[in-house]
Every structure is written in structure tokens, then in C-alpha cells.
Design a protein around this ligand. Structure first.
Ligand code: ZN
Ligand code: ZN
Length: 367
């Protein structure tokens, strides 16, 4: 049985537990997770009686290759996906159907309600996303590769850093080198922020040059085999200002304390609290103004979120980022981010780039 069949089997059990006959999966990433089909514009019906992928002629051949054996309905050119879904759902004569409440529009829902007169509709929230939080062996291997590519590219860029390089040039170089190593590209628009611009947790790379400030923050990742890595390092390019050293050590201590506490059964809110306490003890609590981390996988941000108001325990097979940050407007910021796999008895860092301040001091090339 393929991983995809196993995933659909698990989902079918959840649907049955919810007392429904079927679930219509309309989130395209969830469709990919459950079938291996990497295209868009397709729905998947997961039913006790059997599954059905609804797609269009552009994808017919690709589906044959990516999802051998999966029953598929290819709509005619010009037919609308939702109309076809209504027809096929009526044919299936379901007594009850769940829809994905987090992805379906109100208009689509109303159409289903008016067309499926014999079917009782219910809403499912986050069921597939819940399955996606626990990575299987193949997914972990793909994430390892996405981390590996991101690290190799960073090491190369770090070795070539020069004073007149702009944030934008570094971002372009990340993309180019990830592709040349076999990745599909960056896993998200990378953040490259020189000095004061690092105070913006989501800075867009611009024309600032590396030599304009003693430090540059790079938050990047690679997309490979559909999976996304997510890392952050701050590189020091000249004499370290005293304030910077204090901020850096605090952020690193917060990250280290959080990682040490990570194992199955510990609540994610507790991990967030541990990191936040270290920053607060250093008198910078208010400067750590975002969540501690997030799941990574097919999406760059997915469940579980590591934050204050999250009350789920870590489980073996989760892969999450841990990325405390401290920011001072007008001055800059420090964030250190790594990707961590929760194992049966603790956790494993998937990323291995050095994290200490000394190890992140670089000589700029002169040219
Ligand atoms: Zn990041
Ligand atoms: Zn992140």
C-alpha cells in the first residue's frame, strides 16, 4: 500500500468517527498530501465506498503517472469543477458529506447545499491538517533534503559575501543556487535584511548593501520534492557592537533552552513559554513579538504553531521550526531559526549550521 493510500485510510477513519460517509477535500495542498498529485484545480472525494479525484484534461497524463490506480474523473474542457463535483456527489448518493470549512468559500458551500438535496452537509476543520502534522518516513527524508540544500547554498553564499552586495542580490543568488542543486526554488520569498532592516521580521530584500551595517539577517529555505525548509542566521561582518552581543546571546540561549525541552508529550505552549522566559529575564520580553515556531512540510507555515495559546502536545514525527527573535526598531534584530524533528524520546535538529556568534562572524570579500 502506498503512503498516499495509508493517508487516505487514516482520513477515512476520522471521517467515520465524525459519523459521516465522506469528506470533499478542496484544499489543493491537502489533495496533494492525500494523492501525490502535484497539480492544482482538483478536488478529492474520500468516501467509505471509495475515493475519487476530480480534475481536468490538462492533468490527465500527470495523474496517471503520479497517482496510479486512483479512480479519477476528468471533466470536459469548459466544465466547471464545482458543477462536476455536484454531479458526481449526487451520483454517489451520500447520506452525509463533510466539507473542508477552512478552504471552501461560502458561495461554493451554498451551491453544494442547493444541489445536494439528499445529502446532509457538515463542516470539518483541520482534519487533513491534523494528519499532516505527523510526518512519515518519506516526508522526513524530503524535509532532510530541503534542509540540506538550504544549508549548502547558505555556506556558499556566506563564503562569497562582499561589502557592496545588496539584499536583493543575495536573495536572487539563494534562488539560483537552490535550483542548481536540484531544488525547485526558495520555499518562500527569502528575507535578507541588513542592520536596521532586520528589525522588520518580514523585511523584503532591497537595495541596502551588506557593508552598510555590522550584521545581516538571512531567513531562507529550499523547496525540494514538494517539502519546505526554513532557517535563519545572522552573519556578523565587522566588529560586534556590545548591544548586539547581548541580544544575540539572549536569543541563542532562548532557542537552546526551548530545543532542550522538546520531546513528545510536552505542550507546545510550554516550549514557547520556556523561550520567552529567557528573553524576559534579559529584560527584552516585549521585543520578542511573534510566535516561537511553526510546523513545516508541504506548506511553509503549517500546524502545529508553537505559541502561547496553543494547547497541543508535541508528538513524534512532528517537524517544527524554533525561531525566537528580538527586535529594536531603527537598530535591527536577531532571529535564529532551526528545523527540528520530534523523535520518540526527544528531538533531532535537522539543520546543522553553526549557531554561536563567533561561528557566524565572516570576512567580507574585497571586490
Ligand atoms: Zn524563517
Ligand atoms: Zn519560520
Amino acid at each position: 500500500m502506498s503512503d498516499f493510500e495509508k493517508r487516505r485510510g487514516r482520513l477515512r477513519r476520522l471521517v467515520r468517527q465524525a459519523g459521516a460517509d465522506a469528506l470533499l477535500v478542496t484544499n489543493f495542498t491537502n489533495v496533494t498530501y492525500l494523492t501525490g498529485f502535484t497539480g492544482d484545480d482538483s478536488y478529492l472525494l474520500v468516501a467509505q465506498e471509495g475515493d475519487l479525484l476530480l480534475s481536468d484534461p490538462r492533468y490527465e497524463e500527470q495523474i496517471g503517472e503520479e497517482c496510479p490506480g486512483l479512480p479519477t474523473f476528468i471533466r470536459k474542457p469548459g466544465d466547471v469543477l464545482l458543477d462536476v463535483a455536484c454531479q458526481e456527489l449526487n451520483k454517489a448518493q451520500l447520506a452525509s458529506l463533510l466539507i473542508e470549512g477552512d478552504s471552501m468559500t461560502v458561495a461554493a458551500y451554498e451551491k453544494l447545499r442547493s444541489e445536494l438535496t439528499a445529502t446532509q452537509l457538515g463542516t470539518s476543520r483541520g482534519q487533513v491538517e491534523l494528519l499532516r502534522t505527523i510526518k512519515d518516513k518519506d516526508e522526513i527524508a524530503l524535509l532532510r533534503r530541503a534542509v540540506e540544500i538550504a544549508q549548502r547554498v547558505f555556506i556558499s553564499i556566506r563564503a562569497q559575501l562582499s561589502a557592496h552586495q545588496t539584499e536583493r542580490e543575495i536573495a536572487n543568488e539563494l534562488e539560483r543556487q537552490i535550483r542548481s542543486l536540484g531544488g525547485a526554488g526558495c520555499s518562500f520569498n527569502p528575507i535578507v535584511a541588513v542592520g536596521p532592516r532586520a528589525a522588520l521580521p518580514h523585511a523584503t530584500p532591497g537595495a541596502s548593501e551588506v557593508g552598510q551595517s555590522p550584521f545581516v539577517l538571512i531567513d531562507w529555505g529550499a523547496l525540494a520534492g514538494g517539502y519546505r525548509s526554513d532557517l535563519t542566521r545572522v552573519l556578523l561582518t565587522s566588529k560586534i557592537p556590545a548591544k548586539f552581543a547581548k541580544v544575540y546571546r539572549t536569543v541563542l540561549a532562548a532557542q537552546t533552552a526551548a530545543i532542550h525541552a522538546m520531546k513528545p508529550g510536552v505542550m507546545v505552549s510550554e516550549i514557547d513559554r520556556i523561550a520567552r522566559a529567557v528573553v524576559a529575564d534579559a529584560g527584552m520580553g516585549k521585543r520578542f513579538n511573534h510566535g516561537l515556531g511553526h510546523g513545516i512540510g508541504l506548506d511553509i507555515h503549517e500546524a502545529p504553531r508553537l505559541g502561547k495559546n496553543q494547547d497541543r502536545p508535541l508528538e513524534a514525527g512532528m517537524v517544527v521550526t524554533v525561531e525566537p527573535g528580538v527586535y529594536f526598531p531603527g537598530w535591527g534584530g536577531v532571529r535564529i531559526e532551526d528545523d527540528i524533528l520530534i523523535t520518540r524520546d526527544g528531538c533531532e535538529l535537522l539543520s546543522s549550521l553553526p549557531r554561536t556568534m563567533d561561528e557566524n562572524c565572516v570576512e567580507l570579500l574585497r571586490h
